[in-house]
Design a protein around this ligand. Structure first.
Ligand code: DAH
Length: 342
């Protein structure tokens, strides 16, 4: 048996040295140390050996097992780092790796929202967030909507109960912010809003808005105009002219809709702007005294402007997206076009 052990010791070493792939190392491990291997059958045969020789032979066999296992492990790790491969192909650890496939990116809506926020941070605005499930009081009453205003209709608003709805606009965050902040204040409120709409190319029952509010002692419409123009210049990358059109919102007086000259036709008139040369980008106005009253500001102490715009809308205008539903369907063929662009 002694000779067999010595033969196995040298044959085993040769076999392991010759194994130059992980599969061959594994095959050597099975043939040397496996249940059907020679060492296992020698260990089984120990019971027939002269009892005097048994302890020494047993110890030697176990030592052989340990030695071969160590050689096998060494060989496996040498192959794993590409060292000592007899095939001559070595792993170059300095090569760049394969880029991972299928990683996610920021959704275009979120990217646009963040870049709009960044523009306003640059002008000194802070940011607050409010709840999407909102009290009717903040969404309507405190914003000077009369009880019978059509926007309060269940045809337009998703109600949870009599007093609670899904907010239909980001304007309620104005009220929440003013309630806890003494002017001067300049803040933006981005977020998701909900309306009871049937989906089509320009309507969705959920979309995103960003609201802005500035309140101080002598804020005028000229401040609003300058803020809007600065935003348009920085977001659309060109000094497109803007114009104010008189409008009505319950929470501002006077109220306007803000148009910018059509980015596609530069005012000449085209399909995108309905031949008018102008694109509506936001609603705005001077904060109504009733809103100041609702938040507890002293009479006539402050003036302020507010604006609200659809993030979806300006994203669609900037990137020429013709259907708002594309922004909510999560079709990777659509989304992947924005990879690395925004
Ligand atoms: N909340 C309005 C809407 O959803 C948008 C808006 C208009 C916001 C005028 C304002 C504003 O802050 O002053 O249609």
């Amino acid at each position: 048996m002694k000779e067999t052990i010595n033969r196995l010791r040298s044959q085993g070493a040769v076999l392991i040295e010759a194994a130059d792939t992980p599969a061959l190392v594994e095959a050597a491990r099975v043939s040397l140390l496996g249940r059907k291997g020679e060492i296992t059958s020698l260990l089984r045969g120990l019971k027939d050996v002269d009892p005097q020789d048994r302890p020494a032979l047993g110890a030697d066999l176990n030592l052989l097992k340990t030695e071969l296992a160590a050689l096998l492990d060494e060989r496996s790790s040498a192959l794993a780092v590409g060292q000592g491969s007899s095939s001559g192909v070595e792993l170059d650890l300095s090569l760049p790796g394969k880029p991972p496939v299928g990683t996610g990116t920021t959704h275009p809506l979120l990217s646009v929202m963040e870049s709009v926020c960044d523009i306003f941070y640059g002008m000194g605005f802070t940011r607050s967030d409010g709840p999407e499930v909102e009290l009717d009081y903040y969404n309507f009453t405190a914003l000077n909507f009369p009880d019978d205003h059509p926007a309060r209709d269940i045809q337009d608003t998703f109600y949870i109960n009599d007093q609670v709805c899904l907010r239909t606009q980001t304007s309620p965050v104005q009220v929440r912010t003013m309630e806890r902040t003494e002017p001067p204040l300049a803040s933006i409120f981005p977020g998701r809003v909900y309306r009871n709409e049937n989906a089509d190319a320009s309507h969705s029952s959920e979309f995103f808005q960003i609201e802005g509010l500035v309140v101080d002692k002598a804020i005028s419409m000229a401040d609003l105009k300058d803020t809007v123009d600065t935003f348009v210049r920085l977001f659309f990358g060109a000094a497109e002219p803007t114009r104010f059109r008189p409008h009505f919102f319950p929470f501002t007086e006077p109220s306007v809709e803000v148009d910018m000259q059509c980015v596609a036709c530069r005012g000449a008139g085209c399909g995108i702007c309905g031949q008018t040369g102008w694109l509506e980008i936001m609603g705005a106005g001077m904060v109504h005294p009733n809103v100041f009253k609702a938040v507890g500001y002293p009479d006539d102490a402050y003036t302020g402007f507010a604006f609200g715009m659809g993030i979806d809308r300006i994203a669609m205008l900037k990137y020429g997206i013709g259907d708002i539903r594309l922004l909510y369907e999560n079709d990777l063929r659509f989304l992947n076009q924005f990879r690395g662009v925004l």
